[in-house]
Design a protein around this ligand. Structure first.
Ligand code: SF4
Ligand code: SF4
Length: 478
């Protein structure tokens, strides 16, 4: 295996390799150099969040998976919370929250998500790390790519593709594990007992990961990613992004006898910023669509500055206005900052309201239409209702049904009203009959109220559910 970082070369050695560094024009594969540095470390730290994607599904909550998107049963379990189809608006708000958060972060600090968190960028980084480990530095990789077929080439390519394939399969399985109990999934994988949907999803993810991260790499960001397209409207002259200090760097020119040429700026044309760039762009040409703002060129340039004894920061996080020495608009005076944050705040309130108003039990009452009421032989009038009890808990519970009215004091209720089993995560229906003596009725329609009471705790459905519990009692008035 080869050493993966290339930090110890002298300036002369770097100049000797410069002819191999090309700006990415899309026609040829780019071979990216890896170097150590503080943004490289930060990138690893940020990308470690994806460990959650791989291992989060193994977390248990009681007798089930802590986070499970149970599509066949149309339930999403997030620890104690169960979200049913009627609560999906909360998930929509959550998505809105993340979309706006992305917009806020992009407006302030550019494509931080692309550079540090995006799955395409991170998987590509890991695939190229494996490539560098097996095939060597960019010039060794190029040599191997152009070499004729040999056992060594076959071995290296096979090993690389094998490792890529393992990661791709593991990615597919890890994705499906959020929708399928992970332990059952693994046993189904080993017993070759996967259903069509799971098998197809794993296969698609495996092929997608292998091709997108292994072969298409930065081309995915250039041609397939819609977010890269809209970034131009999100970043402005005040966004703090990796930028080349053009005033300090220009006119650029190579060192002569180890020193800067009189009148030249600090950029010594070593092209290390291009060599380490995962998308192969030249940041010295200004902001461009291909830049995913991973800041690895800052590491590369800082290292060069240290080697030539100049201050670091020729490429640095700064805004265009800052680089040009203009006054920057303070963040609090930027309209888009306030608009984005307002939407962010609204979606947070919506999510908090949605979660706090979630009730473990919900009741819906449907009055029978045919017939509207029945006059019975004993002189009473009876109405029929269908009650739909939604139990959002993870366990079955038992409930009693009660009916009240401020006007009709002697209401009687019959039917299945005691110890009704409300199945976990399901709607349970029951039919009840409510009656009162005809002479009690003073109007054709009287408001009544149904309640459900949990047998064990004696708790009623919360007041939030009042509207679902109200109904009417119909009857003829003489
Ligand atoms: S900006 Fe820095 S890394 Fe890039 S060519 Fe100039 S000196 Fe080298
Ligand atoms: S130009 Fe710099 S910040 Fe942009 S993608 Fe390349 S290395 Fe990353």
């Amino acid at each position: 295996m080869t050493k993966i970082t290339d930090n110890n070369k002298t300036i002369e050695e770097i100049y000797a390799d410069v002819h191999e560094v090309h700006i990415n024009t899309g026609e040829q594969k780019i071979f990216t150099k890896r170097i150590a540095g503080k943004f490289r470390k930060l990138k690893w730290l940020a990308s470690s969040i994806w460990l959650l994607f791989f291992f989060g599904s193994y977390l248990r909550w009681g007798d089930r998976q802590a986070v499970l998107f149970d599509i066949p049963n149309r339930q999403f379990h997030i620890f104690e919370l169960t979200i049913l189809p009627q609560d999906f608006w909360i998930l929509a708000l959550l998505l809105l929250f993340f979309a706006i958060l992305l917009a806020v972060v992009t407006a302030l600090a550019g494509r931080v998500y692309c550079g540090f968190f995006c799955f395409q960028t991170i998987w590509t980084d890991i695939f190229t790390l494996i490539e560098t480990k097996i095939e060597g530095n960019p010039s060794q990789q190029k040599k191997l790519a152009n070499a004729s077929f040999s056992f060594k080439k076959f071995y290296k390519l096979s090993l690389k593709y094998f490792l890529w394939l393992i990661i791709s399969i593991f990615t597919g399985i890890s994705f499906v594990a959020w929708f399928y109990d992970v332990y059952i999934l693994w046993s189904d994988v080993f017993l070759l007992n996967l259903g069509t949907a799971s098998f197809t999803t794993i296969a698609l993810f495996t092929v997608g990961t292998f091709i997108l991260a292994g072969f298409m790499r930065e081309q995915t960001c250039f041609w397939l990613c819609p977010y890269a397209r809209i970034q131009a409207v999100m970043v402005d002259k005040n966004s703090i992004v990796p930028s080349y200090d053009v005033l300090r760097g220009e006119p650029r020119g190579r060192l002569k006898k180890g020193d800067l040429v009189e009148g030249n700026g600090h950029c010594i044309e070593c092209k290390q910023c291009i060599a380490v760039c995962p998308t192969g762009v030249d940041i010295r040409a200004g902001q461009q669509e291909g830049c995913i703002m991973c800041a690895l060129c800052i590491d590369a340039c800082d290292e060069i500055m240290q080697k030539i004894g100049k201050p670091t920061g020729l490429i640095k996080y700064d805004s265009w206005e800052g680089i040009m020495g203009h006054d920057e608009v303070p963040i609090l005076k930027r309209a888009r900052f306030w608009v984005y944050n307002l939407v962010l705040l609204l979606s947070i309130f919506g999510i908090i309201y949605g979660l706090s108003s979630q009730d473990a039990l919900e009741l819906k009452v449907l009055h029978a239409r045919q017939p509207l009421y029945v006059l019975q032989s004993d002189g009473s009038i009876q109405n029929r209702y269908t009650l739909k009890i939604l139990n959002k808990k993870t366990k079955d519970i038992y409930v009693d049904v009660r009916v009240d009215s401020d006007i009709l004091k002697d209401l009687k209720i019959k039917g299945e009203i005691k110890n009704i089993k409300a199945e976990a995560g399901r709607v349970t229906s029951t039919t009840v009959f409510v009656s009162t003596d005809k002479k009690n009725l003073t109007q054709k329609s009287t408001d009544i109220k149904f309640s459900i009471i949990e047998v064990n705790t004696k708790k009623t459905a919360t007041e939030m559910m009042k509207s679902f519990r109200k109904s009417i009692f119909l009857g003829k008035v003489n």
